[in-house]
Design a protein around this ligand. Structure first.
Ligand SMILES: [Zn+2]
Length: 296
């Protein structure tokens, strides 16, 4: 498909050229409809990134608890270079996750819950609903949205930053809509006893069984996500949350690397979700972010 005019006609080959930096021969393509030309790198994840060799290392480092600034320091590029890669990699991971949902066998048991974090200050909390397949621990869908501050901070938050948009319901509905492509209509959905879940779940999956479990107190190891004592019915989910907290620097507790923009946090979370799924599947292969899944 042509990226400029969206014409469905197949692109024509239009010669080759040699890339200066690594002497690699690349093909140019031409759109038969609008005559625009582009090289094959246009469809690759490193299009117009000068230091292509650091991309996979950056992806792995950002998904392994390294902050963006420190990652820039380690691979010797400016923080803006890392920030640009976060956007590109996040989009790529979101596309890959979508393709994965549409091609994988349907899940029978899915666990859904929300994790909370904040942008800039605790007065601006964020909600992050995530859907995980029970057993395999594969992450199926996620979102990041703003919510209003609770408790003592609610008044301070309103006075300082005004009324805050609550996207809790919309985010949850989007997650439920997304997993409909990879979830059996009469399967089981597990969650905690929050009052926000029964209605949207019943509306999205009228034939599914919704099981609710009482939340337990957190233990220190998982920093609140892993639960204290005995059997945890939504262990798969809590374990995945603990891994998000451990492997994304912005989500770790008591950090000074706080999130500044929710959309960037969502990109990072997509990156981690895809990294997590690849990691579970890797079978001794290195974890590699692949753009080709999208273009094929
Ligand atoms: Zn075109």
């Amino acid at each position: 498909m042509c990226p400029s005019c969206r014409s469905q006609k197949p692109l024509m080959k239009n010669g080759t050229y040699v890339r200066k930096s690594d002497r690699k021969s690349l093909i140019r393509y031409k759109c038969p409809a609008c005559k625009i030309t582009m090289s094959e790198t246009f469809f690759s994840i490193d299009y117009r990134f000068r230091k292509r060799s650091i991309n996979q290392l950056t992806f792995r480092a950002l998904c392994s608890g390294v902050s963006q600034r420190r990652c820039g320091f380690l691979v010797d590029i400016k923080p803006i270079g890392i920030a640009r890669r976060v956007v590109r990699f996040g989009n790529c991971a979101a596309f890959n996750l979508d393709a994965y949902r549409n091609t994988r066998p349907k899940a029978t048991v899915v666990q859904i819950d929300e994790m909370e974090s904040f942008e800039h200050t605790k007065c601006k909390p964020l909600t992050m609903p995530i859907a995980v397949e029970q057993g395999t621990r594969k992450i199926l869908s996620l979102r990041v949205g703003s919510i209003a501050a609770k408790g003592k901070l609610a008044e301070i938050s309103r006075a300082k930053y005004g009324r805050r948009l609550c996207q809790r319901k919309a985010c949850l509905q989007e997650v439920l809509k997304e997993i409909s492509s990879c979830f059996l209509a009469n399967g089981i959905i597990k969650s905690d006893e929050s009052n926000h879940y029964p209605k949207p779940i019943a509306r999205a999956f009228p034939d599914a069984t919704h099981q609710r479990f009482k939340g337990k107190r957190g233990c220190v190891t998982g920093q609140g996500e892993m639960k204290r004592g005995g059997y945890d019915p939504i262990f798969t989910l809590n374990h995945s949350y603990a891994m998000f907290r451990d492997n994304l620097k912005t989500l770790s507790r008591r950090t000074w690397c706080t999130c500044k923009r929710p959309d960037r946090l969502q990109s990072l979370m997509y990156m981690y979700a895809w990294f997590h799924n690849l990691w579970l599947e890797r079978k001794k292969r290195p974890v590699h972010l692949d753009w080709s899944i999208i273009t094929n």
